[in-house]
Design a binder for this molecule. Structure first.
Ligand code: GLY
Length: 315
């Protein structure tokens, strides 16, 4: 099998650290308009600013990743919250997860429609139930009980996603997206959050890697926090995020090497994608085997680094 180039910077950051992504996929300069590139850059910056404000105020990694993902869910250019991709039936089904490295607990929701910010529903599962994953009507009912903002399903649907659904048969590469964040706080705790609308034209009821703890989302203070993006079926079959954890924690690989090896396992299942990851020592990895990945990072010492194309080596 031909291997895709696996690119993405690995660097040692200083706590607190926040890394975000806005999805991996066919993100190449020839096909991304200047306006869309600028809008993506702006969205990633705003997400980093929201999460870093939490971290700089001494807040937890969990609060920071949720703050960062909230911004991306509300930004309709990304495949999460409003602006998420549409199912084959033209509907919207959101998946989201949060993972707390300090407690090694997690919460997730799948196949929900009508909760404005799915990441808050995932948090409610983590903090307000004994469960890890709630689906559909049960997750919606929890969100209602917790007083989360509910909106009509039409509110999530944008003209761009309707056009994309119509064109999907002609250009199947127009799938992808997903948003996520990982963080290391000043107390040394890690967290991850991921949110998505899945894949364009997916069958109703399809569940992707995002809400499956250990596939698309993972955090353990002993090893790493990981948020994945890309071909969900391959990420699930390679149990991607837990593979990264196991390679670090049990096999002793560096975080960067572990991410690369786990992406190779995903590729062996005919999938491309990427991830953002941070370790307890501040190591940041943002590798991908897709053409590009919307990504950004910030730490205690510097300005935000933003990248989208394979050539953006500063990030
Ligand atoms: N990676 C997102 C999904 O496949 O649903």
């Amino acid at each position: 099998m031909t291997q895709n180039r696996c690119v993405g910077t690995v660097w040692r950051a200083t706590a607190p650290v926040l890394v975000v992504h806005g999805g991996a996929g066919r993100i190449v300069p020839e096909e991304l308009s200047a306006a869309r590139a600028a809008a993506a850059r702006r969205g990633l910056r705003q997400s980093l600013a929201a999460g870093m404000t939490v971290l700089r105020d001494g807040g937890s990694a969990l609060d920071a990743v949720i703050a960062a993902v909230l911004v991306l869910e509300d930004d309709e250019q990304f495949n999460a919250g409003r602006g998420a991709v549409l199912t084959a039936a033209g509907g919207v089904e959101h998946d989201a997860a949060v993972a707390d490295g300090a407690t090694r607990r997690a919460g997730a929701v799948t196949c929900i429609s009508g909760v404005r910010n799915p990441v808050l529903a995932a948090r409610a599962v983590l903090e307000r139930t004994p469960h890890v994953l709630l689906s559909g009507a049960g997750a919606h009912e929890l969100a209602r009980r917790e007083g989360l903002a509910l909106v009509p399903v039409d509110w999530f649907v944008t003209a761009r996603r309707q056009q994309q659904l119509t064109g999907i048969q002609a250009r199947p590469e127009l799938t992808g997206g997903t948003v996520g964040a990982v963080a290391l706080d000043v107390a040394g705790h890690l967290a991850a959050a991921t949110s998505t609308g899945g894949t364009t034209g997916q069958l109703a009821g399809r569940v992707g890697d995002t809400p499956l703890i250990g596939a698309g989302t993972w955090a353990d203070d002993r090893s790493c926090a990981v948020s994945a993006t890309g071909d969900g079926e391959a990420l699930m079959l390679s149990v991607f995020a837990h593979e990264v954890d196991a390679l670090v924690r049990l096999a002793g690989l560096s975080l960067g090497a572990a991410c690369h090896q786990a992406l190779r396992e995903t590729e062996a299942r005919a999938g491309t994608g990427g991830c953002i990851a941070v370790g307890p020592d501040g190591t940041v990895a943002m590798p991908f085997t897709s053409a590009g990945m919307f990504r950004g990072a910030i730490d205690a010492t510097g300005d935000p680094r933003i990248g989208m194309f394979a050539e953006d080596t500063e990030c």
